[in-house]
Design a binder for this molecule. Structure first.
Ligand SMILES: Cc1ncc(COP(=O)(O)O)c(C=O)c1O
Length: 327
């Protein structure tokens, strides 16, 4: 039995889990399953809400009235924080990164609708992100408020519980569908989903490996980030758990031109999969990971008979790249 910390009931779970038979047939390959974590909510949809169930519980327990968090200008995480903050009656302050004047579309539109305070910073300014957090934290203290800071992507030891719990949900999906061994694949950005799934599979004894497709940075970055998050979790919650065998398996081959920038092939595939399977992917996260999975299946890089794609959401990012889709 795993002793979970306090959490709020915010996500629509368990999320659907089913096989993409036509896609498997087209590829002549393994059975491909999809875990629809893009359906964890409407404006709060995606992987972040699973982490935020634990992070907001901690925030409320701390007696805060304000939540500060950060991300790219089209961050799905920041949008989920903005909407959940409004839902829970907390003020939200977003520190958003962008080098160009952002259009109020997609996630940013929802951030604004949800009434978040937004501070825009350049990529260079974001290099001092820790300082920015400290500055705003003391700003709120000076005002007599109490602010709770959530790191980029909600990826830390606390947020990781969201995907430890998701792995437990997956173990029930596997049991129901008779899946014995699987390779779980997903998009990785700030490393928390990856670390949580790896740890969750280990703690819940799933016979499954986790392969993450990077949407930014490289292999070495994720090895270090995942290790740091795991160590933080261990020291905070479970010093007796041996995490030394957990090694991140990250593929950085399909990052493309940059974070948030995708090549033509990604947009083509997004359109194909939407039309052939009714699955909506985004060009920042899930599109790159799904593309990587398909390429790796074609190159016979998977050994398991069952591949599980965790759809981590990101739909609103699609609206911010309408032109790149050719419409
Ligand atoms: C849609 C989507 N998929 C995947 C990820 C990656 O998750 P993580 O930040 O936990 O690595 C994110 C957030 O960064 C996201 O918004």
């Amino acid at each position: 039995m795993i002793d979970y910390p306090e959490k709020l009931d915010l996500a629509q779970t368990p999320t659907p889990f089913y096989s993409l038979d036509r896609l498997s047939e087209r590829l002549g390959g393994p059975r491909i399953w999809i875990k629809r974590d893009d359906l964890t909510g409407a404006a709060t949809s995606g992987n972040k809400i699973r982490k935020l169930e634990f992070l907001f519980a901690e925030a409320l327990a701390s007696g805060c009235d304000t939540v500060i968090t950060s991300g790219g200008v089209q961050s799905n995480h920041c949008r989920a924080v903005a909407v959940l903050g409004a839902q829970l009656g907390l003020k939200v302050h977003l520190l958003l990164r962008s080098d160009i004047a952002p259009q109020p579309v997609g996630n940013l539109l929802l951030d604004q609708l949800a009434g978040a305070t937004i501070s825009h910073y350049s990529v260079a300014e974001f290099e001092q992100l820790d300082r920015l957090f400290e500055r705003w934290q003391s700003h709120y203290t000076d005002l007599g408020s109490r602010a709770y800071s959530i790191p980029t992507g909600g990826s830390n030891g606390t947020g990781m519980w969201g995907y430890i719990a998701a792995a437990e949900e997956l173990s029930r999906d596997f049991q129901r569908e008779g899946i014995v061994t699987a390779q779980i694949v997903h998009a990785t950005g700030s490393g928390g989903t990856q670390a949580g799934l790896m740890l969750g599979c280990y703690l819940h004894q799933l016979n499954a490996s986790v392969k993450a497709y990077a949407v930014c940075d490289d292999n070495a970055y994720f090895t270090d980030k995942v290790r740091a998050d795991l160590q933080q979790w261990q020291s905070q919650y479970s010093p007796e758990t041996d995490i030394s065998i957990l090694q991140a398996d990250t593929c950085d081959q399909y990052v493309g031109p940059a974070y948030g920038v995708a090549g033509e092939e990604i947009f083509t595939m997004i359109k194909q999969i939407a039309a052939s399977d009714g699955i909506l992917l985004d060009p920042v996260y899930t599109g790159k990971a799904f593309y990587g999975m398909i390429e790796d299946i074609k190159q016979s890089k998977f050994t398991a008979n069952d591949i599980v794609f965790v759809h981590t959401g990101g739909l609103f990012g699609l609206f911010a790249q309408q032109q790149q889709l050719g419409y």
